[in-house]
Design a protein around this ligand. Structure first.
Ligand SMILES: [Zn+2]
Length: 223
C-alpha cells in the first residue's frame, strides 16, 4: 500500500445485509478520512426527493430485491467519479454482482485508479436472520435499534435518542430478510471470487464485537 496511514485508500466494504457494514464504514470513514459512498444512502436520498430513479429503486428494495444493474451503476459511478484522484473512498453496498464489479474496475482503470482492498465481513446465515429480524428504525431521527438487545418488559419501546416511535422497515421483515439473504448468496458471492482472483480480498469475521471487527480490519489493512 503506497499511502501513509491509510488516507486516500480506495476500499470496498463487502458483506451480507446485517453484517454491520454501515457501522464499520462510519468508523473507517472517520479514521481514514475517506468519502463514504453508500448505495443504500444514495437510493434513499433519491427516494426522499421523489426522483423517478428513487421511486423505481424503492419498488425493488421494498420487496427485498436488488435494484437493476443499470440504475445502480449509474447512480454509484456518478458519485465515485466525482471525487478527485487524491480522495479516498469506501464503497458500501456496491458492487453487488460480478457485472457491477467489472464495470467499476473498467471505469477506474480508465482514470488510472484502482481498488486497494476489498474488506469482507463474514457472518453466518443463522446470525444474520437473528440480527435483521431485530432491527427497528426511529420514525423521527432514523436511529437504528436492536430489539433483541432492548428491555423486553417495555410494551412499546421508544427511540433511545429522541423518544420517537420505532418501526421495522419493509425489507427487514422476515420474508424479505430471507429473500435478501438468498439474493446475496446467489448474486453477490461470485463478487468475492472476482476480487480473490485479483488478490484484493481481506476476510474478517463479523461475529466479534464492533470494536474487534474494526481492529481486525485496520490490522488487515496494515494500519
Ligand atoms: Zn429517534
Amino acid at each position: 500500500m503506497s499511502q501513509s496511514g491509510g488516507q486516500n485508500l480506495r476500499l470496498v466494504l463487502f458483506g451480507p445485509p446485517g453484517a454491520g457494514k454501515g457501522t464499520q464504514a462510519h468508523l473507517l470513514r472517520d479514521k481514514l478520512n475517506l468519502a463514504h459512498i453508500s448505495s443504500g444512502d444514495l437510493f434513499r436520498n433519491n427516494l426522499n426527493n421523489k426522483t423517478p430513479l428513487g421511486l423505481k429503486a424503492a419498488e425493488y428494495m421494498n420487496q427485498g430485491q436488488l435494484v437493476p444493474d443499470e440504475v445502480t451503476i449509474d447512480i454509484v459511478l456518478d458519485k465515485v467519479l466525482s471525487l478527485n484522484s487524491a480522495e479516498g473512498f469506501i464503497l458500501d453496498g456496491f458492487p453487488r454482482n460480478r457485472n457491477q464489479a467489472e464495470v467499476l474496475e473498467k471505469a477506474l482503470t480508465q482514470r488510472s485508479r484502482n481498488i486497494d482492498k476489498v474488506v469482507h465481513i463474514d457472518v453466518s446465515q443463522e446470525e444474520l436472520v437473528r440480527r435483521l429480524g431485530g432491527r427497528y428504525i426511529c420514525r423521527d431521527c432514523q436511529a437504528p435499534h436492536n430489539i433483541n438487545a432492548m428491555d423486553s418488559t417495555q410494551k412499546d419501546p421508544k427511540c433511545e435518542q429522541c423518544g420517537g416511535e420505532l418501526y421495522q422497515r419493509e425489507d427487514d421483515r422476515s420474508e424479505a430478510v430471507q429473500r435478501r439473504i438468498q439474493v446475496y448468496n446467489d448474486e453477490t458471492v461470485p463478487v468475492l471470487d472476482f476480487y480473490r482472483e485479483r488478490d484484493l480480498l481481506l476476510d474478517v469475521s463479523g461475529l466479534n464485537t464492533v470494536v474487534n471487527v474494526y481492529q481486525d480490519v485496520l490490522s488487515g489493512l496494515g494500519i
